[in-house]
Design a protein around this ligand. Structure first.
Ligand code: SF4
Ligand code: SF4
Length: 443
C-alpha cells in the first residue's frame, strides 16, 4: 500500500471516545497489523494485538462500558512502534487511535498527575510501579533531574542498567561568551555557514549524555551549519502523551513553541527520533484538535524538524574522524533504526544511507527491529519489553558488530542495557559520536 496517510486525520488530541473510535471504521479485521506487532509476537493474545485493541476502542466508542477495564489493560500493551499503522492496507491509524484512547479513558484522574514525583504520569499502574521506584531511587543518582523531564520515568525501569548520570548538563558545557555568559553558536571551520541549525536536545542529551550533544553540534558545524543550542526548550511531552496525560503534553508543547524562534532556523535537529515524532507529528495534531491557539506555529515547527541522519543524508561533504583512537578496519558497527524514525516519520533509509559512508569501521547492515522500550512501555512491562528488545539486540550483535549507533533516547537506553546483557563488550553510541569516532566519507 503506497497511498499516503493524511496526518491531519490523526485522532491524537480528540477528547471523546466516540470520535476516536471513528478511526476504527475502516478496519476490516484482516489481522495484517497483528502480524507485525512486537507485543502480539511475544504474548500471542488477541487482546494484545492491534486488531483486538481497536475492537475494544470501537466497542467503547459505542458506549459499551463493560469493555473499559479490559481496554485500559490492553492499552498498556502497546510499545507505540507504529508498525500497525504502517502495515494497514486500509490506512487505519491504529497506533494513533490507541494513543488517543489513552487520553480519554473513564478511569483517568488527571488531578493526581501533579502530585507524583515526575509530574508526568496519569495511569494508575504507572504511578504505583514507576513513580514509586523513581521516587525511591532519585535521591541516589538522579536528584539533579527536573521533575518535568520524561527521562525521570524512563530511568525507573526496574533492574535495568543505565548510563551513569552525567555530573554536568549540556547547558553547562555548551560554549559561552566570556563577557555576557550567553551561549555562542558553533560555526563551520571556514566560518561561512550555509544555514542555521537549532538543536532541540531533549532530556537525554541535556542531562544524561551531554557530551554527545556537543558531538552533535560539532558534526552539524562540520556539515556547514551555524549551530545554536535551543537551551530553553524542555521535555518534548511524549512521555506524558504516552501515559495518557494530554494536559501535561500540551503544557510541554506550549512551552517549546513559545521559546523556539522557528523562523530563525533552516532546520531544527533533535538527536532523538521520539522527540522528532512528537514535534513533527503529534504537535500539529494536538494543537489543532484541542483548539490550541498556536496550531500554525506547531505546523511551522514540524516542517523544520529532522534527526541527524536526515540532515546528513543530504549533505555530501566529508566529515573527518575527530580522534584516531581505533585501528583502521578492525571496528565493526551496526545502526539501529528507531521505530519513531522508520514508522512515525516514515524514513527508514536515511540512517543506513549515512552509515554506508562511515569510514574506518565496517558497517554491518541489519533489518530494523523494535527495541521494545517505547517511552514508558518498558517501565510498565519490563518483561515483555526485555523479550522484544533481546530479539533486536541479537539481530544487531548477530552481524558481528561491536558497536551500535542509534538516534533515539528510548532505543539508546534499552540497547545500553540489552547489548550488555547479550555481550558485555558491545556498546551503543549516538550517531554523532559514531561519525566523530570513525569519520564520514563524502559522496
Ligand atoms: S487495522 Fe488495518 S491491518 Fe489491522 S485488522 Fe484493521 S484493516 Fe487489518
Ligand atoms: S504501535 Fe506497535 S506495539 Fe502498539 S499495537 Fe501497533 S504494532 Fe503493536
Amino acid at each position: 500500500m503506497t497511498t499516503k496517510r493524511d496526518k491531519s486525520a490523526s485522532p491524537v488530541g480528540l477528547t471523546s471516545i466516540s470520535r476516536i473510535a471513528e478511526s476504527t471504521d475502516a478496519c476490516r479485521r484482516c489481522g495484517l497489523c497483528s502480524s507485525v506487532c512486537p507485543v502480539f509476537d511475544v504474548l500471542g493474545l488477541e487482546c494484545a494485538s492491534p486488531r483486538g485493541k481497536l475492537q475494544l476502542v470501537a466497542a467503547a466508542g459505542q458506549g459499551d462500558l463493560s469493555c473499559t477495564k479490559e481496554l485500559e489493560k490492553a492499552l498498556c500493551l502497546c510499545v507505540g512502534c507504529g508498525a500497525c499503522s504502517e502495515r494497514c492496507p486500509n490506512l487505519v491509524m491504529a497506533k494513533e487511535t490507541l494513543l488517543a484512547a489513552k487520553q480519554v479513558l473513564p478511569g483517568k484522574r488527571p488531578g493526581r498527575v501533579f502530585r507524583i514525583a515526575a509530574g508526568l504520569m496519569s495511569r494508575e499502574k504507572t504511578i504505583s510501579h514507576a513513580a514509586g521506584i523513581a521516587k525511591s531511587l532519585r535521591p541516589l543518582w538522579a536528584s539533579s533531574l527536573p521533575d518535568d523531564q520524561g527521562l525521570v520515568m524512563r530511568l525507573a525501569k526496574p533492574g535495568a542498567r543505565f548510563p551513569k548520570l552525567a555530573e554536568t548538563n549540556l547547558k553547562k558545557i555548551w560554549p559561552r561568551n566570556e563577557k555576557n555568559g550567553k551561549p555562542v553558536s558553533l560555526m563551520p571551520r571556514d566560518g561561512s555557514p550555509n544555514a542555521i541549525a537549532g538543536i532541540f536536545p531533549g532530556c537525554i542529551h541535556t542531562y544524561l549524555t551531554p557530551k554527545a550533544g556537543i558531538s552533535l553540534a560539532r558534526v552539524l558545524a562540520a556539515a556547514g551549519f551555524r549551530v545554536d543550542l535551543l537551551e530553553n526548550t524542555g521535555c518534548c511531552g511524549l512521555p506524558a502523551l504516552s501515559a495518557g496525560n494530554t494536559k501535561q503534553a500540551q503544557k510541554a508543547m506550549a512551552h517549546n513553541l513559545d521559546v523556539i524562534d522557528i523562523e530563525k532556523y533552516s532546520v531544527i535537529v533533535t538527536p532523538c527520533a521520539s522527540c522528532a515524532a512528537m514535534l513533527k507529528v503529534h504537535y500539529p495534531a494536538l494543537a489543532s484538535k484541542t483548539g490550541y491557539n498556536q496550531a500554525g506555529i506547531a505546523e511551522r515547527l514540524a516542517a523544520k524538524v529532522q534527526v541527524l541522519s536526515q540532515v546528513l543524508a543530504k549533505h555530501t561533504g566529508k566529515i573527518a574522524q575527530r580522534e584516531k583512537v581505533t585501528k583502521e578496519g578492525t571496528e565493526t558497527i551496526a545502526y539501529h533504526t528507531p521505530c519513531h524514525l522508520a514508522k512515525a516519520l516514515g524514513d527508514s533509509t536515511s540512517g543506513p544511507k549515512v552509515m554506508q559512508r562511515i569510514e574506518n569501521a565496517g558497517y554491518r547492515q541489519t533489518k530494523p527491529a523494535c527495541c521494545g522500550q517505547g517511552g514508558l512501555f518498558g517501565v510498565e512491562n519490563p518483561e515483555i519489553s526485555g523479550k522484544i528488545g533481546s530479539k533486536a539486540a541479537k539481530i544487531l550483535l548477530g552481524t558481528g558488530a561491536s558497536t551500535v549507533a542509534t538516534e533515539c533516547s528510548g532505543c539508546y537506553l534499552q540497547l545500553y542495557d540489552l547489548l550488555w546483557r547479550e555481550n558485555r563488550k558491545a556498546e551503543v553510541i549516538w550517531l554523532a559520536e559514531a561519525i566523530e569516532r570513525f569519520g564520514l566519507a563524502g559522496t
